[in-house]
Ligand binder design. Structure first.
Ligand code: HH2
Length: 277
C-alpha cells in the first residue's frame, strides 16, 4: 500500500511554502492537519534544499525543527500518532530530533555530508532515507549530464546502501529515493519516473518527491502554487511505476487520487495504511 509522507517545512525560504510555518505552533497545527488528511508519516525539515537557498547552521536548524518534532512526538496535546522523519543532513540536528521521538532520518545527501550521521543512525536503529543528488543544492541544476540516468541513480543508491550497512545501519531500515529535481533536467526526471520499476532491483522501498517541483512548472507553465494537477499526475504514475512512499505537500488531494488509482490497480482496499519505519 502506498504511503503518504506529509511535508512540514519549518523554513523561511522553501521553494513552495517558505515562511508559512516558521513558528512552531503553526507548523504543528499544519502537521496535524496533514495527518487528519491522511498522511502516514511526516517529514519535518528546517533547511531548504532549493537551488541557491542559504545554508543554515546546525544551531539554527535545531531552533526551527526541535520544538516542532517535540510537539509532534508528544507527550503533549499536539502529538500525532504517525512516525516523524527529520529531513536533515546534519547529525546534530538528527540527534535532537531522534531524542525528541523522530523515528527516521531523511538525508538528501545520502550520508555523504556529515561523517557522524551514519553512526548515529546505526546506534539509534532509526529508519534512513538515502536520496540521489548530483552536485550540491547550489550547483545541482547547472547542466546536469548522465549516460543513462536510471542506471547511474541505481548504481549510486546501491553504493550508498552498501556504505550505510557497512556502518551498521540495518538494511531493513533503509528507503531509497531517486531525488526528483536534484541535479536533473526535465527529461531526466521524466525518465526516472517512467522507469522507477528498475530501482526495485535495489530491494528497498522507494520514496518519490515530485510535489510542486519545477519540472511540473516547466511542463505546464504554472507557478509553484498552481501545480496540484501536475503533482497528482506525477504521483499517481509514480505509484504505478513502483513508488512505495509519496512525499507531498497536498496530502488530502493526493490521498484521494492514490485511493482511486490503487482501487483501479487492484493493489489494496483503497484505505491508506500505516507507516512502518
Ligand atoms: N525534496 C525536497 C526536500 N527533501 N527529500 C526526499 N527524500 N525526496 C525529495 O524529493 C525531497 C526531499 C524539496 O522539497 P521541499 O521540502 O518542498 O522544498 P525545500 O527543500 O525548498 O524546503
Amino acid at each position: 500500500m502506498t504511503q503518504l509522507m506529509g511535508i512540514v517545512n519549518v523554513t523561511p525560504d522553501s521553494f513552495s511554502d517558505g515562511g508559512r510555518f516558521l513558528d512552531p505552533e503553526g507548523a504543528i497545527e499544519h502537521a496535524r492537519e496533514l495527518v487528519a488528511e491522511g498522511a502516514d508519516l511526516l517529514d519535518v525539515g528546517g533547511e531548504s534544499t532549493r537551488p541557491g537557498a542559504r545554508a543554515v547552521s546546525a544551531a539554527e536548524e535545531i531552533e526551527r525543527v526541535g520544538p516542532v518534532v517535540e510537539g509532534l512526538c508528544g507527550p503533549g496535546a499536539g502529538a500525532v500518532d504517525v512516525p516523524v522523519s527529520i529531513d536533515t543532513a546534519k547529525a546534530a540536528v538528527a540527534e535532537v530530533a531522534l531524542d525528541a521521538g523522530a523515528e527516521m532520518v531523511n538525508d538528501v545527501t545520502a550520508l555523504r555530508s556529515d561523517p557522524e550521521l551514519a553512526a548515529l543512525c546505526a546506534e539509534r536503529g532509526c529508519g534512513v532515507v538515502l536520496m540521489h543528488m548530483k552536485g550540491t543544492p547550489r550547483t545541482m541544476q547547472e547542466a546536469p549530464e548522465y549516460g543513462d540516468v536510471v542506471d547511474e541513480v541505481r548504481a549510486f543508491l546501491a553504493e550508498r546502501i552498501e556504505f550505510a550497512t557497512a556502518r551498521g545501519i540495518a538494511e531493513g531500515r533503509i528507503w531509497v529515493d531517486p531525488g526528483i529535481g536534484f541535479g536533473k533536467t526535465v527529461d531526466h526526471n521524466l525518465e526516472l519516473l517512467r522507469r522507477l520499476s528498475e530501482l526495485r532491483e535495489l530491494g528497498r522501498p522507494i520514496v518519490v518527491g515530485t510535489s510542486r517541483k519545477s519540472f511540473i512548472g516547466k511542463l505546464t507553465g504554472r507557478e509553484v502554487g498552481e501545480r496540484l494537477g501536475g503533482t497528482i499526475a506525477s504521483n499517481v504514475l509514480a505509484l504505478h511505476t513502483g513508488a512505495d512512499v509519496l512525499r507531498v505537500h497536498d496530502v488530502a488531494q493526493v490521498e484521494q487520487a492514490v485511493r482511486v488509482a490503487e482501487a483501479i490497480r487492484g493493489r489494496g482496499s483503497g484505505q491508506p495504511g500505516r507507516a512502518s519505519t
